[in-house]
Design a protein around this ligand. Structure first.
Ligand code: 13P
Ligand code: SF4
Length: 353
């Protein structure tokens, strides 16, 4: 019987937050919020673990207070190793859940519990589990951008920084793969490794909006530029890349490449860190279809954007918005998630190959 692709429901656009309604604090409000957050972090024995796509102020506070800003793999690592009793995860829900899966003894709070991810939404646990049941001969590898229940069903969890290496490793052992949820990342890995992979058909609404034709035109206008692409982007965009990698790997490339200009196909929140590590380079956004067309939130993740100074201060004040994971699910998800950290220790995750 031929393997059928899973059929997944289209994303309900009404669940995507409207970021135009987010209020920017005045200069005075901003200073007051930053001072309050720094004071509360000490009082609460809390540390911030933030993703590069969050607001620049949140990244700045995390770094100035002994916290951490990174890609999803290193966020998991840092939270696992840090001694603070409370982790404040500024990012999206799967990042908070990953922290809880790895650290059940710690309190894990998030500035907002509404921050989800289109990949996570595309992969409901029941439908995914049924699909796995139809393919018992395959090793189940899921991207970290999934719920705890989906991680519990998986043999391995992986992030974009180590996905190619893990699949190469499994291929060498003769394993066939069931991959979920990102079809673009899955097909990129499949091309690089030539592994036998069945792909769930989810996608990231931010990366899917990058457009190859417009990117090729921009590249032609800047022949001196290097193109840096996150592998959640469509195949024709990845084809134009000089470097494909996780957010940390793209930042390292921005720092290390000799090119004076960089065209970047990932969420523009990453520019805060890229400008720090490559202050003399010109950094351009890769084109999306543009306002008024079909990109839902052009080059900026709407769920990352709802992490604000105000709700960060509020969560520290009230110590609410706690992440809980059912203990049976957590134990099963712990196995596949810890495996990811252990595998990452055996390889160099700094570079892209
Ligand atoms: P990274 O692991 O590369 O940070 O990616 C996480 C993510 O959600 C990208 O959209
Ligand atoms: Fe999910 Fe895409 Fe947002 Fe990353 S950028 S958290 S993959 S919706």
């Amino acid at each position: 019987m031929p393997d059928k692709k899973p059929v997944i429901p289209p994303l309900d656009i009404s669940v995507v937050p409207d970021i135009s309604s987010i209020k920017t604090p005045s200069k005075e409000e901003r200073a007051e919020l930053i001072a309050r957050i720094k004071k509360l972090l000490k009082e609460r024995d809390a540390v911030i673990v933030a993703h590069y796509y969050t607001d620049a102020d949140l990244q700045m506070i995390a770094e100035e207070t002994g916290g951490y800003v990174s890609d999803s793999l290193d966020m998991a690592r840092f939270g696992h190793e840090h001694k603070a009793s409370t982790l404040i995860v500024a990012g999206v829900r799967f990042m908070g859940e990953t922290a809880k899966i790895l650290n059940p003894e710690k309190r894990v709070l998030m500035p907002t519990l509404q921050a989800t991810c289109s990949l996570d939404l595309s992969c409901p646990a029941k439908e995914f589990s049924d699909y796995c049941d139809q393919h018992p001969d395959r090793t189940v590898v899921v991207y970290a951008n999934t719920s705890a229940a989906v991680k519990a069903r998986a043999d391995w969890v992986v992030t974009s920084s180590i996905a190619v290496k893990l699949i190469e490793h499994l291929k060498q052992k003769g394993e066939k793969i069931l991959w979920a949820p990102d079809k673009h990342l899955g097909s990129y890995i499949q091309k690089v490794t030539q592994a036998d992979m069945l792909l769930w058909q989810g996608s990231c609404i931010v990366h899917e909006a990058f457009r190859a034709k417009a990117l090729a035109d921009l590249k032609a206008m800047h022949p001196e530029a290097a193109v840096l692409v996150h592998p959640e982007s469509p195949e024709d965009v990845i084809k134009l890349a000089d470097v494909v990698g996780s957010t940390t790997q793209l930042i390292n490339a921005a720092r290390d490449l000799d090119n004076p200009t960089l065209i970047v196909a990932t969420d523009n929140g990453i520019f805060y860190k890229m400008k720090q590590v490559a202050p003399d380079k010109k950094i351009l956004e890769a084109p999306t279809v543009g306002e008024g067309a079909t990109c839902v939130s052009c080059a900026h993740c709407p769920w990352m954007a709802i992490n604000t100074l105000q709700n960060l201060a509020d969560v520290l004040e009230n110590m609410d918005n706690e992440i809980f994971v059912d203990e049976d699910i957590r134990k099963q998800a712990h196995r596949s998630t810890l495996r990811m950290l252990e595998f990452s220790e055996t390889i160099n995750t700094e570079s892209v190959d």
